[in-house]
Every structure is written in C-alpha cells, then in structure tokens.
Write a protein that binds this ligand. Structure first.
Ligand SMILES: Cc1ncc(COP(=O)(O)O)c(C=O)c1O
Length: 400
C-alpha cells in the first residue's frame, strides 16, 4: 500500500518557490544572482503596523482567538470593504485566514465536489489549478493572450461555462501578468455571469492597491450587485502593506459559505496569528499615505523594465496596469542556440539558461499556463532591475 496520498499525484510543487530556492542555492554557492522570481514587495512593513504588533505582544494578546478572526479586525475589514469597494458586509460574512492563500484554499475545500469545474483564466497564479485539483475538482484554464491584454473575453467565458461550472476565479491586477480589468471590461464579464446562476465568483483582489497611471480598481460584486450573493471577495494585507510574512488574508462572502470555510479552518490551523491580526487592524485603519509613495516607485520600475526588455532581441514586453509583474514573450528566442551550445526549445530552457549563464532568476510562463514567456517581479531595487535587464539584453544578444 503506498504511504503517500493519491491526492499528491494531482498537485505539483510551486514553480515560483522552486525558482526562488534555486536562486538562493546559487547565491549560497557564491554566484552573483539577481532574483526576480519572488512575488513580494522589497519595502519594509510600515513602522506603525510593527508597533501595533509590539503593543499586542506587550498587552498579552497572544492567546487563541476566534477561528475566523478577532471582532476588531472583522470591523476593520467591514469598514475597508465599505470605504474602498462600496460593499456592505456583516461580521458573519467575513473570515480572516493565514494569508490570502489559506482563504482561497478554504473556499475551494469547502465547496468542490468531484467533477466540479472551475474556470481559471490563463496565465494564472500557480496555486489556483493546484488547489482546485487537490480539492478534487477540474481546473478549466481559458487562455487569454497578449493580443487581448491577457484578459478574459466575454465570448470565451460564455464558451467555457458548462452545467458543471462551480466557480470562476478572477484575479485583477493579475499575478503573473499585471493586467487589470477596467470597469467596462469587468462589466462585460459580469453580464455573462448573471445569466449562469450556478457559477460563483471568486475574485482575488490581492493587488487592488497596486495600480498605476490613474487606473481605477473595481471588483465584481461592486459592479454587479446581482452577483453579491454568489461572490467571494478575497483580499489581504500581504502586498499593499508589505506584510507577506505576517500571513493575514481575508474574504467577504455569503454567510453560509463563510461558515463552511471557518469549519475547514477550525479543523486545520484555527485562528491566524493573534499578533498579526492586531497588526492588520492597524494596517487597515491606520494611515494609508505610504501606498502612493510605494506605487510611484513601482511605476518607475515597471517603466524601466518594460523599456529595457523591449530593447532585448526576441523579447516583446507589454506594459501592464498593475501589480509588480511583467510578462514578456520570449517567442523570438525559441529555436536559437546559446553560446553553451544549448538550443532554446521552450521558455523553461530560456529561464534555465538565463539563470545559469547570466545569474538572473525569472519564472517560465509555461508554469502560469501561457508560454513561451516569462514572469519578472520588479519588486526589487532599481539598480538590481537595471543590471538584470542589461544581462537579459546581453543573453538575448548572444543567442544565434
Ligand atoms: C494572486 C495572488 N493571490 C494570493 C496570494 C497569496 O497571498 P498571501 O501571501 O496573503 O497568502 C498571492 C501571493 O503571491 C498572489 O499573488
């Protein structure tokens, strides 16, 4: 009898974590490596948030809490949804988890039955299809090409929906492409969804605050109130508040779904860290003025990276609306030969050869469901970005 669960046959380890680990290994071995693989802001957690955590420790707020979050954090989340998204929730419609990742996982575990289909626009965040498969469902990727800004088109959505469709997972601004849906683009999708009452909407708004050039963020339940009763709006403090290590994510949704998610959480991890929850209260209720400051830096970095990558031979890099990723095509390099003699047959070869010869770590597009391309996270200092882009230019220039 096999020792490991058959569920493991349905999932693969995260490609983004694998690249980060490989880059760390090469660095430890003394190589000069620039890691553009990992998806977290390089900025430190703001001081007022850290202080709130210190105060929580000193005040002894270090015990178990309610599984689905302390009332103070739920209140801060309710106020956030009202203030920023025009969404009205009650405390029994809110859950707090250990990162946005756990919240998404809870929702899929709580709702997926064998054979249930989940529509996932590709390129997608690596964890969506894996979580769906682990829950016993069928991920249904729908490829969204650069021609349409990597965005799902209404006709493609309509074509992907079947009687077995349980969820669609939307992510805007997107990891991995940075693409974000305008109000009109999102409305065109919610118009389709209104006609299919069996389909629930899981919207991953983790990058809500990271938008540039006056882009206005909107979320499906805000645009289409008819979808409110079948939408789970997922968000978190990891990206906007530079709190990736604190592990706090949350969601608003129908009470019955939230209760089911809390049941899953109660039998797996219980409450998220009490100290992190108090820090998140301060993040959501406290000053928000550092966000535009960070965004100015991110926008400059995006512009730098897009411009330098478009000067690399065989690379074509669209300029996305948000997040801190770009998703250039490397189609123009496929079939070429590197100085090592290695033929670049696909994007995995491209990123492996780039890491080995130039010490730049990026993630292959095929891991996100659309290649040949690669993802760069530009949440790192300008001098490293500039040097990395120079190395990519040199790498591409040396392909024959
Ligand atoms: C699109 C997307 N959703 C969810 C998450 C998970 O966020 P957290 O770190 O809060 O679990 C990430 C993190 O990389 C992400 O990129």
């Amino acid at each position: 009898m096999p020792f490991l669960s058959a569920a493991l046959d349905r999932v693969k380890p995260s490609a983004t974590i694998a690249v980060t680990d490989k880059a760390r290994e090469l660095k430890a071995a003394g190589r000069n490596v620039i890691g553009l693989g990992s998806g977290e802001p390089d900025f430190d957690t703001p001081a007022n948030i850290k202080l709130a955590a210190i105060h929580a420790i000193e005040a002894g707020k270090t015990k178990y809490t309610a599984v689905d979050g302390i009332p103070e954090l739920k209140a801060a989340i309710i106020a956030k949804f009202q203030r920023e998204n025009g969404l009205t929730y009650t405390p029994n419609q809110i859950i707090v988890g250990t990162g946005g990742k756990q919240v998404l996982y809870n929702a899929l575990m709580a709702t997926i039955n064998p054979g249930d289909e989940v529509i996932i626009p590709a390129p997608y965040w690596v964890s969506y299809p894996e979580m769906v498969a682990l829950a016993g469902g069928e991920p249904v990727p729908v490829v969204c090409t650069a021609e349409f800004g990597f965005k799902l088109q209404p006709a493609a959505l309509e074509a992907a929906i079947t009687p077995k469709t349980k969820w669609i997972i939307l992510c805007s601004p997107s990891n991995p492409t940075g693409a974000a849906y305008s109000r009109a683009e999102l409305k065109a999708l919610t118009d389709v969804l209104v006609k299919h009452p069996q389909v629930w909407v899981m919207t991953d708004d983790m990058y809500e605050h990271l938008v540039y050039d006056d882009f206005v963020f909107t979320t499906p339940a805000q645009i289409e109130p008819q979808l409110f009763d079948r939408t789970l709006t997922v968000n978190g403090v990891s990206k906007a508040y530079c709190m990736t290590g604190w592990r706090i994510g949350y969601a608003g949704g129908p009470a019955q779904l939230i209760k089911a998610m809390a049941t899953i959480q109660s039998q797996s991890t219980s409450n998220p860290s009490s100290i992190s929850q108090w820090a998140a209260v301060e993040a959501l209720n406290g000053p928000q003025d550092f966000i535009p400051v960070h965004n100015k830096a991110f926008k400059e970095r995006r512009d730098l990276v897009v411009s330098m990558l478009n000067q690399a031979k065989g690379i074509d890099c669209p300029r996305p609306e948000g997040a801190f990723y770009v998703y250039p095509s490397c189609a123009g390099t496929i079939g070429k030969t590197a100085p090592s003699g290695k033929v670049i047959a696909n994007d995995e070869d491209f990123v492996t050869e780039l890491l080995e010869t130039e010490g730049v770590a990026v993630v292959q597009g095929s891991a996100f469901g659309l290649g040949p391309a690669f993802r760069i996270s530009y949440a790192t200092k300008n001098s490293d970005l500039e040097e990395a882009c120079k190395r990519i230019q040199r790498f591409c220039g040396n392909l024959r």
